[in-house]
Write a protein that binds this ligand. Sequence first.
Ligand code: 5AD
Length: 337
Amino acid sequence: MNMSSSNIEYLLTAGDPSEVDALFAEARRLRDEVYGRRVFLRGLVEVSNHCLNNCLYCGIRRDMRCQRYRLTKEQILDCCRTGYGLVFRSFVLQGGEDAWMTDERVCDIVRSVKREFPDCAVTLSLGERGYESFARLREAGVDRYLLRHETADAGHYALLHPQEMSFDHRMQCLLDLRRLGFQVGCGFMVGSPGQTVETLKKDLAFIDEFRPEMVGIGPFIPAAGTPFENEPAGSVELTLRLLAIIRIIHPHVLLPATTALGTLHPTGRERAIRAGANVVMPNLSPQDTRALYSIYDNKLSTGSEAAETVADIRARMQAIGMEMPVDRGDFCLKQTP
Ligand code: 5AD
C-alpha cells in the first residue's frame, strides 16, 4: 500500500469506509505475516504516581493535589507473582518520574524480579534518565524501555510541556536507550491539543526512521484539574487509522491496543487488534492503588482491564480469531517475505 506523504494524509482524512477497511486489512495481513494471529500479554504494574514533571495533559503532574503512593519491592513482586500465575511472561513497571526511584532502588527491584522470574521480560517506563542511569538499568537486566516521544514536532512538544522540559533531551533518551541495547518503545497521544496532520506526519516519519521495537499510541483523554481539562478527547477512529498506518510502515513493530482506547470505546481494544495491533497490557497493580494512577479521567482499571479477568480478554481475543500465547512477546526480527 502506498505510504507516501500525500497518501498518508489522504488515509488520515478519507471519508470512504471501503478505503479504511482496505487499510485495516493490509495492516492485519502484515501483522499476521510477521507474528501470526497472536496477541501478546504484558502485565502493567504502576509502581509510583509521584512525578517531578508538570506535563500539561497528565493527571499525575507535579501540581496535581492528589494522593500519592509508591509500591514497595515486595508489593511489586507480589503483582508479578499474581501475573505469572495468570500466564504473564512480560512485566512493565511504569511510574511517574519519581526521585525516590534511584538507580540503586530500581536495579534492586529489577534484579529481584529477574531472579524470581528468569523466563520473563522486564520493561521499565519511568521517564527520562541520563545515559549512565540507563546503562545501570540495562546492566541489572532490564530488557525493554518505554518512553513515548509524545510528538516529533519541537513546537508542538513545547505546547504540551512546561518550559523546563526539553524535546531534545527526550529524543536523546530514545537514542541512548537504543545504543544500550534495550528494545525501545516510543509513542504519542492521538488528538492532543495542538496536534495537526502535519505533526502526525512527523510522528510517522520519526517512527519510520527510528524503527522502534514498540509504539504506544492512544487517544488523548482530558484529565480534571490539568490545564487541558476542557480540551476534547482524541478520536478513536483516527487512532485506529494511525495504528494501521504504523503497522504498514513498520510491519515488525509491537503495537499495543492501549487502555485509553478501551476507556473511550467498549470494544476499543478489539477494534485496535482488527487495525493491526498485537499487544494488550492488562493492569496487575494492587486493587487499592489502581484508582490513584489516574493519568486521565475514567481510566479503565476494573472489568476487562483487571488481570483477574484475563480469561475474559482471552475469550474476546479468541472471538476475533486471535490466540494469546504464554510468551514474552519479543520483537521479531524475522523478515517479511
Ligand atoms: N490522555 C491520554 N494519555 C495520556 N498520557 C498522559 N496523560 C494522558 C492523557 N490525559 C500518556 C502519555 C504518557 C503515557 C504514560 O500516558 O503519552 O507518555
